[in-house]
Design a protein. Structure first.
Length: 159
């Protein structure tokens, strides 16, 4: 369909279908009939008969996205230059997290919920970055049975 008449039909059909010329398809079995069309009316008739039709839009390839996704899984493309949003100081976050965990351990030791020996050991684990949050620390204490009843008469239930 590289003839002048074929190009004309494609251009007119693209205009009528409101798509680009690359999305106009012509039925290969009806090339003679299509080449006889010279007016917009002729092209409208061909569209109605289904000899000239609009191809579905092509979606962007996800190949490049898949490659980047695999790289991100391996830790690539995650540096400060690739981040959106406000700049987050990782050190400040760490300090805040560790201080919160140490504060929590201190209150437990003062209430007598954990022993002094456990306190020292857990403080070392906090320093080593074993716990991601205070919640994680609580979970660890419950799982390992390190919590005991407070020695002060508080009347509260065991956590």
């Amino acid at each position: 369909m590289s003839t002048t008449a074929g190009k004309l039909v494609k251009r007119l059909a693209a205009d009528l279908l409101k798509v680009g010329t690359s999305r106009v398809r012509i039925d290969p079995s009806a090339t003679e009939k299509v080449e006889t069309a010279i007016t917009r009316e002729d092209v409208r008739r061909l569209i109605k008969e289904g000899l000239v039709y609009e191809a579905p839009p092509s979606t962007p390839s996800r190949g490049r996205w898949r490659i980047v996704r695999e790289q991100r899984k391996r830790g690539r493309r995650r540096g400060p230059g690739s981040r959106k949003g406000p700049r987050v100081d990782e050190k400040r976050l760490w300090i805040a997290r560790v201080r919160a965990q140490r504060r929590f351990l201190k209150t437990l030791r003062l209430k007598g919920v954990i022993s002094a020996a456990d306190y020292r050991r857990l403080r070392g684990l906090v320093k080593g970055g074993m716990f991601s949050s205070v919640r994680h620390l609580k979970m660890y204490l419950e799982e390992h049975g390190l919590l005991r009843r407070p020695e002060v008469a508080g009347g509260g239930e065991k956590r």
